[in-house]
Design a protein around this ligand. Structure first.
Ligand code: DX5
Ligand code: ZN
Length: 219
């Protein structure tokens, strides 16, 4: 089942609840980019904002952790209301215990890879994941151009999941817009993540609706 995940990185943080309400009819998931100024140079948001957002939406809150030592955040994120966390294979020595720790904290778990990382770095863990995410821009910023080679990574991971009979969500994150969304779905993504294509559009709700229709295959 296709889904849209609205990334609040491009939202107006002074009006965050209102911005989430605009996309709620179309977005199944709210994507929250957590950056620590170490794994990536920007610093964004963490459990305090998640805790404020939790009571205003019933949508799935998915944390994309662009941080070193992601396991240190799990308990606080879970307590603040995060439903799913994805962390980077590049950020840990061995993903297996980190996956178990996130699950132990009561959250769904995903793995993600930056553009320069081969997708097979995630393959040993596919059986243990609720979510697999391919980054199609360099982690750190919204509004970058989609890296087209990401499509073949999507195809590879989709083929491997099918071969093993697994069905975690497969997400594409970065530079997704109305012009490339269908190619992402055709390559194997069932979740489209978008920040600037939604929150910088002149009509936020309309942009979310259009992307959601492509994700769900009704456009
Ligand atoms: C980048 C973030 C993305 C970002 C996407 O580090 O992980 O989720 O919000 O922004 P757009 O959709 O504008 O590329
Ligand atoms: Zn993200």
């Amino acid at each position: 089942m296709g889904k849209l995940s609205a990334s609040i990185l491009s939202a107006d943080f002074a009006h965050l609840a209102d911005q989430v309400k605009l996309v709620e009819p179309y977005a199944d998931v709210i994507h929250i980019d957590v950056m620590d100024a170490h794994f990536v140079s920007p610093l964004t948001i963490g459990p305090v904002v998640v805790g404020s957002l939790r009571p205003v939406t019933d949508r799935v809150l998915h944390g994309h952790l662009m941080v070193e030592a992601p396991e240190g955040l799990f308990d606080e994120l879970a307590t603040s209301g995060m439903d799913v966390v994805s962390f980077h294979v590049e950020a840990v020595d061995d993903p297996a215990p980190v996956i178990r720790k996130a699950r132990g904290a009561g959250m769904g778990v995903g793995l993600t890879v930056s553009p320069e990382t081969p997708v097979d770095r995630m393959f040993a863990h596919l059986e243990d994941l609720d979510d697999v995410m391919i980054m199609s821009v360099h982690p750190g910023w919204a509004g970058q151009d989609f890296i087209p080679e990401s499509l073949s990574k999507l195809e590879l991971v989709r083929r491997e999941l099918d071969r093993r009979g697994l069905a975690p969500d497969v997400e594409i994150d970065g530079g997704v817009n109305i012009d490339n969304a269908r190619r992402c779905v055709d390559a194997g993504a069932n979740v489209l993540v978008a920040a600037s294509a939604i929150f910088e559009a002149p009509d936020i709700a309309a942009a979310a609706r259009e992307l959601a229709e492509i994700a769900k295959g009704v456009a």
